[in-house]
Design a protein around this ligand. Structure first.
Ligand code: NAD
Ligand code: DAU
Length: 362
């Protein structure tokens, strides 16, 4: 359990880019509800943004929303002038691998150019600060384990694993990581970088694996599993990730990177089996029991990374962070949440999300 002191965020003004997204909204909720920080959520509200995830904080006087594109230099310059932040946690990104296969352009634009715009505006602002504020300022870039590429049957990504991104998404995130490093090495901007594994939990966009499984299963639709379902991901409950981000922001060493993961490696077939078992238990009267009968193997994702696994030893040893949830407890809470909040998936349908297969462009 993290205390507000440990969060290093009390009475500070923190920018969260992408705060209307899955992980960003979890971080915003924690910062507003568990600390005395003022939070400015900077989000363009792309197809992936949803303010429904922020209802619990929307009325707080310490919460502000700025609908801005991070690529818009003028708009970003204005928010720095208006709020004069102590830190920025940068999560805004195009995040879905399948969409990056169909249309890499927006990934290049937002993830690379947008990060460049933020770095430049942060640097310009940082140079105006007095020495004490300059020393305390942080630019925390939130990235992914996918920059490291794909693992074989053994081993785990460490902070020194070389970058070998395989999808347009991961290549764009890798590029942004390099920019963040360069702005520190060259201009002295006090940056932090973290690379996290697959998140799951409440308020995730229905395009991602676990919400897809839950939604399709409860509606009696086929559950699409790419290839043989033997690809492995390392799952982390989203609130654990938000706690990790707060620890890094509060205690991370400037210029360092931290891997964040849950030590929860499961193949996609194992994940779908566990979710279906939970649904069988929680919906004993469902006409679709056993829900696993809905699994359908479909064409594999092009360039599908085989396995990810995070060695989270550094963040444990140096910042004393480790996840609170096991995959079992986190998945149960997640499935229960989606069952109790059917309006979440309904809100995406209203926005036009139709769960068609993505990412098959050759
Ligand atoms: P998400 O797709 O749920 O949310 C992204 C948010 O960014 C949305 O609210 C969207 O409106 C906003 N956004 C997109 N483009 C923007 C722009 N140009 N300007 C301003 N806002 C913009 O993503 P997520 O899953 O919450 O991921 C957040 C971050 O964490 C991303 O940087 C992602 O690469 C990283 N990450 C995600 C995971 C994961 O498992 N989801 C794991 C590791 C790292
Ligand atoms: O590892 C961190 C990354 O995790 C983040 O950087 C990304 O932003 C996030 O989207 C996630 O990427 P993945 O590609 O691993 O997540 P996704 O939910 O799209 O897929 C998880 C696995 O499930 C992957 O092996 C593909 C497979 N899959 C996915 C979907 C949507 C299926 O088999 N069927 C599906 O319908």
């Amino acid at each position: 359990m993290i205390t507000s002191d440990m969060a290093g965020s009390d009475k500070k003004t923190i920018f969260v880019t992408g705060g209307a997204g899955f992980i960003g909204s979890a971080l915003v909720r924690q910062l507003v509800l568990e600390t005395s920080a003022t939070v400015v959520n900077i989000d363009k509200l792309t197809y992936a943004g949803n303010l429904a995830s922020l209802v619990s904080v929307a009325e707080s006087e310490r919460y502000h929303f700025e609908q801005c594109d991070i690529c818009d230099r003028e708009a970003i310059s204005r928010v720095f002038r208006d709020y004069r932040p102590d830190a920025i946690v940068h999560l805004a990104a195009e995040s879905h691998v399948d969409r990056s296969i169909d249309g890499p352009g927006s990934f290049i634009h937002t993830n690379i150019h947008g990060t460049y715009v933020l770095l430049e505006q942060a640097l310009t602002y940082w140079k105006t600060l007095d020495d004490a504020k300059k020393a305390a300022f942080r630019f925390h870039h939130v990235s992914t384990d996918e920059v490291y590429g794909s693992l074989g049957d053994i081993g785990a990504f460490t902070e020194t694993t070389s970058y070998e991104p395989n999808s347009p998404y991961s290549a764009s995130k890798a590029a942004s990581d390099h920019l963040v490093r360069a702005w520190h090495q060259t201009y002295g901007l006090p940056v932090l970088l973290s690379n996290c594994s697959n998140n799951y939990g409440p308020y995730q966009h229905p395009e991602k694996l676990i919400p897809t499984i839950i939604s399709n299963a409860i509606n009696g639709q086929p559950i699409p599993i790419y290839g043989k379902g033997d690809n492995v991901r390392d799952w982390l409950f989203v609130d654990d990730h938000a706690h990790a981000l707060r620890s890094i922001l509060a205690k991370g060493k400037v210029g360092e990177k931290y891997n964040v993961g849950g030590h929860n490696e499961f193949s996609n077939m194992q994940v779908v089996g566990l979710v279906c078992d939970l649904l069988d238990e929680l919906l004993p009267q469902s006409e679709y029991n056993p829900h696993a009968s809905l699994i359908e193997f479909v064409t594999d994702r092009p360039g599908h990374d085989k396995r990810y696994a995070i060695d989270a030893g550094k963040i444990k040893a140096e910042l004393n962070w480790s996840p609170s949830e096991t995959f079992e407890s986190g998945l149960r809470a997640t499935v229960q949440w989606y069952l109790e909040n059917p309006e979440w998936h309904a809100s995406w349908s209203k926005k036009g999300f139709d769960s068609q297969r993505l990412g098959l462009r050759q």
